[in-house]
Design a protein around this ligand. Sequence first.
Ligand SMILES: [Zn+2]
Length: 578
Amino acid sequence: MKLGFNRYLIVLILGSFSLQSMSQPRFDTLGWRPPVDIPITLTGNFGELRADHFHAGIDIKTQGHEGLKIYAVQDGYISRIKISPVGYGKSIYITHADGYTSVYAHLKELNIQLEKYIRKVQYQRESFDVDVFPEPNELPVKKGEIVALSGNSGSSGGPHLHFEIRETKSSKPMNGLFLGYKIPDHLAPKMSYLYVYPQDNSSWVENSTESQLFSLQKLNNRYKLRHGDTLQANGNIGLGIKADDLLDGATNLCGVYQFKVLVDDSLYFMDQFDGVSFSESRYVNSLMDYEEFVENKRKLYKLYVEPNNKLSIYQQAKNQGTVFVKPGKVSKISVQTYDAYKNKSELVFYLEGNKKKIASETQKNVMVVPWQEPFRFDSSGVVLKLPSKSLYDTLHFEFSIDNSFTKGLLSPVFNIHRTATPIHEEYSLSLPYKEVADTLKDKLLMVFVDGEKLHALGGTAVNGKVEAQLRGFGPFAVSIDTVAPVIKPKNGLAKNKDLTSAKKIQFEITDNLSGIKNIQGTINGKWVLFEWDPKNDLLSYEMDENTPKQGAFEVKVVAVDAKGNKAIYQTTCNRNVL
Ligand SMILES: [Zn+2]
């Protein structure tokens, strides 16, 4: 549990605010058809809380397999094709005349015309990764045209279609549940816990100045606290709710559309997910309780706004959403949770002001870092430079050194604050290391130490230290990668192998630490399109017009890791195709 911070100064500076715009955009007038021709069921909806971002689209189930036909939702033109081994994988963007763009991601393959178009670019650039922006007259499409087949490419965790609607001029993703698609949802969001966050050292709830959770009990769609209606409190209190939306016929938990907090029956706080720009998406780490997410895997919504949270979803936030509880006064609190189809759940409880003073735990030897100011930390050879406004709130910085020298490390483990504290901007960190030979310096890197496991963070050796740009805190150390990737041929591929009846040439490629940075495959010295699927360590070339039909030919694959360690696999195969 975290310590109550001294936030009252910040509250005074910012005061309370309330936005005027209460309109909810609705897109069902666009006349878009669904991107699939099966009934739509979702595994994910818009605005769902994810690590470092809100989910920007809706995830449509594809009956558990790949290869489902994907249709253009409206007339338009292909404005972008992006092929990447990670993220959206194979994706296409269609720009429509109505001011919106539809996005289709994690595809297996594109239609024949688009596949031909993109392969030409890939061969020209000799790269599997490409990101192209065709002109409006190049690749027009009609509503209902099959543009692709669904898949599981990129960072997808199972076959599905990730589908987005974006405002074309701003590229801002909008809530796809307002497209008027028939997605049955008669279930109200489920609320599981109320969280309370005393905002400063003189604030408390139920005799504690720390954040706390209270379990809830459900009666129809009304919730109450499991242990009585009333909480004793004093001072400035932030609220949070663990809530998830449920859809008909789906067991997975989805994101909630809207929250309202009423204090004594008057609207006090409101937020809603109509659209979230990519530039603000990372503020999810402030909206959710990041510590609960990291430590207990619980995604919950804070119903107050931290000082450096710039999300545009807030429609109303009196006193930044925090409730001020005065001795002798009882306030009725109603927390209302809505999904996009207006199904509603409500929690009602009371905060009773109590004048008792509760001593807060005091922290010794911590540095107070105001979120508005830059911070430089320099101790035991460690140098940290944090730009101003990198944090969501005041930080009580902690630092320690663990000298146990885990296997594979060239430095102690430096505990740079705590993994569970979120950070918005990149900062630079330099760590000292044990002397190594000059020739090995370019093999050094920074790692996140996760028990016995090391996760590469990159970085370079400069003036006796390894320096990296990071976006999180935690246990960090210096390690070294001198080991090349391992390339293993699949499907019995070996010298003089007859590939007459084979359709693909595949390899399993792995790396021990720094990670695969570049892979190139050639046939008889000429670049060919090997597709790289890092989540399955799989490199794949589908035989095409570039594969010799008769006789012997040479297959060569070169894989390089992030520290320049290179592996080469080379062999001669045969083919005898008529
Ligand atoms: Zn998705």
